[in-house]
Ligand binder design. Structure first.
Ligand SMILES: [Zn+2]
Length: 205
């Protein structure tokens, strides 16, 4: 089972529970606990005392890095704000729908090129490559499996991403990149003709 989620940066040390101060350096440890990834943020004192020795030998250890805590800014959320690659990626991850995995991967690559995300580590799960991205500003960590896109799939996924960026989620319209179109449900087959979607389903090449 591929874990596919994101992990926010803690606002307090997860060892001693003392809240992080603005600009305070901290350490992040990432572990693979079989069914999920576990992220641990600790202050420098706790790192020195409890984790700096042998962290790499702990079971499931994936990665360790240092960050600087920033007090999150108070932002007013604009409900009609246009979707950006970043807000869209967060929504897709929250949705955790396999049909958007390729789109999420493409968005993460886009954000990495813009230096809005950084690859912190790479691991494998069931033979599949998983990238661990950090959003440096908020310290959020995203785990995104590599969908192993073939060149001939790329165009469909890019179209899906473009559509989502422009229109957000339109649940009535099946995304172009859906792997295999499901058959028409039996009960719908003999009803009055339903309006057909403007785009015909993508046929495999
Ligand atoms: Zn601590």
């Amino acid at each position: 089972m591929i874990d596919w989620n994101f992990h926010s940066r803690a606002h307090a040390c997860q060892a001693c529970a003392v809240p992080f101060q603005d600009r305070q350096p901290y350490h992040t440890l990432l572990f693979d606990q079989k069914s999920e990834y576990v992220r641990l943020d600790v202050c420098d004192a706790c790192w020195q005392k409890q984790y700096s020795q042998g962290a790499n030998d702990r079971r499931g250890f994936i990665s360790h890095w240092q960050g600087v805590y920033e007090v999150p800014p108070a932002v007013a959320v604009d409900p009609i704000q246009k979707e950006t690659a970043e807000t869209l990626l967060r929504k897709l991850i929250e949705l955790n729908d396999p049909q958007y995995r390729a789109a999420s991967f493409i968005l993460a690559v886009m954000l990495e090129r813009k230096r809005l995300l950084k690859v912190k580590a790479q691991t494998t799960e069931g033979g599949q490559r998983v990238f661990i991205y950090e959003h440096p500003k908020s310290g959020d960590v995203f785990t995104i499996p590599d969908p192993n896109l073939q060149l001939n799939q790329l165009e469909d996924v890019q179209r899906q991403v473009g559509h989502l960026l422009e229109h957000g989620f339109a649940p009535v319209e099946p995304p172009a990149a859906a792997a295999a179109a499901p058959a028409v449900p039996a009960e719908a087959a003999e009803s009055t003709p339903a309006p057909q979607p403007a785009e015909s389903p993508v046929t495999g090449s």
